[in-house]
Every structure is written in C-alpha cells, then in structure tokens.
Design a binder for this molecule. Structure first.
Ligand SMILES: Nc1nc2c(c(=O)[nH]1)N[C@H]1C(S)=C(S)[C@@H](COP(=O)(O)O)O[C@H]1N2
Ligand SMILES: [Mo]
Length: 329
C-alpha cells in the first residue's frame, strides 16, 4: 500500500499551531481552566483524528417522520452511516470536540420551539416547529456535506427548501441577505458559558443563495427526527458551502439590506469567508482544500479530490458569474 506523505499544507489544524492560534489556545485554555479537553479553535478543527467514539447514538431512538417524500437528489452516492453522522459533530455550544455534542446536547429542549422571522419583509412574524412539520411537505434529499477542514460525509437529510418558508414572510426588494441565529441559552447550551465564540452563533446567505432550491432547512436525518447534536429541531444545509454555514438550532431569521455579521467570518476573516463556497482552488491559510477524507472510511483510506462547489457546480455556478472567487471566498 502506498502511504502518501503529507505536504505541510495538509497538516491539520490540531497538529500545527500558528502564533495567532497559539494565543487563542492560551486564552481558551485559561477559560477552559479546570483541565477540560481543549483544542485549537477552528470552524472545523479535527480535534480528534481517531474515528468517532462508539457512543451509541442518542437519536437512534428518534421517532420516524411520517409522510416524507424521497427525492432523487444524490441517488447513487454512498451514504455515511447514521452512527457517524450523529456522533462526529461540530456544535460548539456543546463543546469543541467531535464527540462532545452527542454526549452533551441532551440538555437542549426542542419543544416548544419558535422561529422569529423579521427585518425587510411585509409579513414579519413567528412560526412554531410543529406548524412547520405539519404544514410543509418534508423531503429526503441525499447531499454531500463537506467541512472546511477536509472531512466530508454524504447524508440523507429530511427537510424542505428554505425558500418555501421565506416566501411566507414576503421579503421586500430591500432584502439582499438572510441572517440566521442559533438559540442563546447557556443553561441548555453549556458551551455558551465560555467565550469560545461570540454567541449566539450567526450565519448569513445572499438572497439568491437563500432562495436556491438546493438550500434546505432540515428537520430530520435518515428518515428520523433530527437528533439534538445535529441541530434539532431546525438547521440549515447549504450543500455547496463549507459546513460552518449550515447553522444549527435556529431561532431567528432576518432579512437584511446589508451583509450581516457572521460568526466565523467576523472571528477570522482571513480563514473563513462570507461565501465559504467549497473550492479546491482556494486553500485555507493553514491547510489545503484540494482533497478530503470521508468520515467512516477508516484511517488508511485514501483521500478524495474535492469538487468545485462540492459537486453542485451545474446547479449553482451561475450565482457567482463574474465574481473573483479568490477574493470572495
Ligand atoms: N450553532 C452552530 N451551528 C453549527 C456549528 C456550531 O458550532 N454551532 N458548527 C458548524 C460546522 S463547523 C459544521 S462542519 C456543521 C456540522 O454539522 P453536523 O454536526 O450535523 O455534521 O455544523 C455547523 N453549524
Ligand atoms: Mo465545519
């Protein structure tokens, strides 16, 4: 077997510590104090290189979702197992390690759950998750999902196009962006008791990206209700963008005229762009984005070439026509 030696640019963030990251790490260590497992902070740091812990997936018991329509999206792609999808997570509100969310997210209360929608729209208001589940047809679509830090999954998400929800609130012509916010409640989300990130977690899309049919609000996975660690009861999935855009446990959506502040972009603008389109030609300053490994493949499995827009170029490349994607990364 050929074991390829890695270029320095491929060394993952948990192995390399830039001076900036070192400072961050010191601060984080200070905050984390009492010896809790700390890792260099990044949107996707591979804090655990070993395969995910065999935590029996809390969520295996999640109720099946009735009336889900299976679509042809992603037919033929090889799925990542339910266990990997629900035990190898990024959800800093429950810790920075990949196996923290499954262990710690039991404290999140997902019923009742309301989402406020306001800003540049004619019909601002609030909608409950039960109303969404009852009123909006749920579809299963298999999407590629890739983290900025070179790991990827293929997941059968259950949900619906974000545009279906947004239209109900009648965005005005001034709505150029859509802003999203995660719940802020340090009692339910213990990670928020520390200043690891500027809480609440925030994300945003340009209006045309938000209205694109591939952009999905997700309520379930593998035909079952979304487990807490995956962002219950409602999270975003934008399959052609890096994982950090796919904000979890959403409580607020706002139509904005100006580009909104978003968590990772504001924290480290040289590392995480607003667009965050999967692009093998634009490296992260600390590692290459040309290849990825599939979670669940095993430690010695080869890496895969990353595709432009994560393989969705035919559907989305037109959104960025004429834009310099090295500048607007
Ligand atoms: N609120 C919130 N949303 C979040 C994150 C987070 O830490 N907090 N992590 C993001 C990152 S970096 C990734 S890769 C994906 C991971 O989604 P998954 O755990 O369902 O695979 O969630 C994204 N959404
Ligand atoms: Mo990520």
């Amino acid at each position: 077997m050929l074991i390829k030696s890695r270029k320095p640019s491929e060394v993952c963030s948990s192995e390399i510590t830039s001076s900036e990251a070192f400072e961050e790490r010191r601060t984080f260590l200070k905050v984390a104090a009492a010896g809790a497992a700390a890792s260099v902070i990044s949107a996707c740091s591979e804090s655990e290189t070993a395969p995910p812990a065999r935590v029996s997936a809390a969520g295996n018991s999640a109720p099946p979702m009735p009336g889900v329509i299976k679509t042809t999206h992603g037919e033929g792609l090889e799925l990542t197992s339910y266990e990997h999808v629900t035990t190898y997570n990024n959800f800093y509100e429950f810790g920075a390690g990949k196996s923290d969310p499954v262990k710690n997210s039991g404290s999140l209360i997902t019923r009742p759950w309301n989402i406020v929608v306001d800003g540049e729209c004619e019909a601002p208001g609030e909608i409950g998750i039960e109303e969404i589940l009852a009123d909006i047809t749920q579809e299963e679509r298999i999407y590629r999902f890739r983290c900025v830090e070179a790991w990827a999954m293929v997941v059968p998400w259950v949900g619906f196009s974000l545009s279906e929800l947004l239209k109900r609130f009648k965005p005005t012509s001034r709505a150029k962006y859509v802003y999203f916010e995660t719940l802020f409640d340090p009692k339910q989300m213990p990670g928020q008791q520390r200043n690891v990130l500027d809480w609440p977690y925030r994300e945003g899309l340009r209006m045309d990206e938000a209205m694109h049919p591939l952009t999905m609000l997700v309520t379930g996975v593998y035909g079952k209700e979304l487990p807490n660690q995956n962002g219950a009861p409602l999270r975003l999935i934008v399959p052609w963008k890096y994982g950090f855009k796919s904000i979890k446990s959403i409580v607020r959506i706002r139509f904005d005229e100006q580009v909104p502040d978003t968590t990772w972009w504001k924290r480290a603008p040289s590392e995480y762009g607003f667009y965050a389109n999967v692009n093998p030609q634009v490296d992260h300053p600390r590692w290459s984005q040309r290849t990825h490994r599939n979670i669940g493949d095993g430690l010695f499995a080869g890496k895969h070439e990353t595709l432009m827009f994560n393989g969705y170029a035919d559907e989305v490349a037109h959104l960025y026509k004429g834009m310099d994607l090295k500048r607007f990364f």
